[in-house]
Design a protein around this ligand. Structure first.
Ligand SMILES: *[C@@H]1O[C@H](CO)[C@@H](O)[C@H](O)[C@H]1NC(C)=O
Ligand SMILES: *[C@@H]1O[C@H](CO)[C@@H](O)[C@H](O)[C@H]1NC(C)=O
Ligand SMILES: *[C@@H]1O[C@H](CO)[C@@H](O)[C@H](O)[C@H]1NC(C)=O
Length: 350
């Protein structure tokens, strides 16, 4: 009894001690050309933070004009560096794209990067490269779900999917396996059935029936307090905005629209009811692709929204700024004509 106790204590004490020794290297002050940082010290302990900014004509190699860096076991993370203003930092996270990150963390003016779409996604217009020009990314590809990919396979009564990976989109030909709850079997009397993604739809999943009673015992499972179902189901790009005894309410992030039930409940068999999905609901306007517009890079517009964009000076006699209305309809950009902004209502259009 006594020895077993001692072993227990040693097991916990030993790794903690090793851990403590291996991760405490301090950092020297960074060498920052074209910038300044604070606080200034000779040595910074592990975990210490500093912030830095860059001189005119330069910018941090990260988003924002000031950046916090942390001493992590002898190295600054992210490494403080000031780059030329015409260089680009890592592109904003574009959903579902993959590109190989630059080893330095930034890209010189003129650099092209090749972007790939995640499995199951494809680019619109087959655009595959983005270009760094004068400090901004131009013509960055947009990856969208391919028409022949499938969304999450449906949640079916008395069945779970035994695959570990949780994804929003499954490429064509993906296969996942449903397993019936204990005591339930498929129509064929099996405990498992696989479904395959074929041109955008899943093949039919199992109907799991109680193996003792042969009657239909499905649809009317009573709901119980949500604490019986354990962890809240994860809905990609959504948050739980309301949670009470019997239900959860989900809301999608801005730029996503909700499909399916907003309210999720817990069945007495410990399964959650169907959960919603959040679909991308925005357009990316790339002014580079529209000669009439002044090039200001990329702009995200929500479905149904209209924004005004400044036009290039197309006619020599234009004395005032002309603007065009740009609307996003179901992911498609609609560009109006360029109108003079002197009138309150846009009558002076060309
Ligand atoms: C960036 O590169 C483009 C051509 O790729 C060039 O026209 C432009 O002048 C460069 N900008 C700077 C600030 O060097
Ligand atoms: C799911 O699991 C089945 C059986 O283990 C396997 O054949 C299938 O490839 C898996 N599917 C995915 C998408 O990982
Ligand atoms: C996939 O499902 C949709 C909606 O249920 C249907 O309109 C479409 O025809 C189906 N496609 C195939 C290939 O079965």
């Amino acid at each position: 009894m006594c020895i077993r106790h001692l072993g227990f204590v040693l097991l916990f004490w030993f790794p903690a001690e090793l851990h403590g020794q291996s991760e405490t290297r301090s950092c020297a002050a960074p060498v920052l050309v074209h910038g300044l940082f604070t606080p200034k010290q000779d040595i910074y302990p592990h975990g210490a933070k500093l912030t830095y900014t860059c001189n005119n004509g330069h910018k941090p190699a990260d988003q924002g004009w000031w950046v916090m860096s942390t001493c992590n076991n002898g190295l600054w993370s992210p490494p403080p560096q000031c780059i030329d203003e015409s260089s680009c930092v890592q592109p904003d996270d574009v959903p579902n794209t993959i590109y190989s990150p630059s080893p330095t963390g930034w890209y010189e003016n003129g650099t092209k990067i090749r972007v790939k779409c995640n499995k199951g996604y494809e680019t619109k217009n087959n655009l595959l490269t983005g270009t760094c020009k004068d400090g901004a990314w131009r013509s960055m590809p947009v990856c969208e779900k391919s028409a022949d990919s499938c969304s999450e396979p449906p949640q079916l009564p008395h069945a779970v999917i035994i695959n570990q990976t949780h994804q929003e989109v499954f490429a064509v030909d993906s296969e996942v396996m449903y397993q019936c709850e204990d005591g339930y079997t498929t129509e064929q009397g099996e405990s498992m059935k696989s479904v395959t993604c074929i041109s955008g739809n899943w093949t039919e999943g199992p109907t799991c029936r109680s193996s003792s009673s042969s009657g239909s015992s499905v649809s009317t499972v009573p709901t119980v307090p949500i604490s019986n179902c354990g962890r809240h189901p994860i809905v990609q790009n959504a948050v739980v905005v309301q949670s009470d005894l019997m239900s959860l309410k989900y809301r999608c992030y801005t730029f996503y629209s909700l499909e399916g039930p907003e309210i999720v409940k817990c069945y007495s068999n410990g399964m959650w009811s169907d959960k919603p999905t959040c679909k991308v609901a925005y357009c990316v306007l790339n002014t580079k692709g529209h000669d009439v517009l002044k090039d200001v890079g990329r702009k995200y517009i929500k479905n149904g929204e209209t924004v005004e964009m400044e036009c290039q000076k197309l006619k020599f006699y234009w004395v005032t700024t002309h603007k065009a209305e740009v609307q996003c309809n179901d992911g498609e950009i609609q560009l109006g004509s360029c109108c003079s902004s002197t009138d309150a209502v846009f009558t002076n259009c060309e």
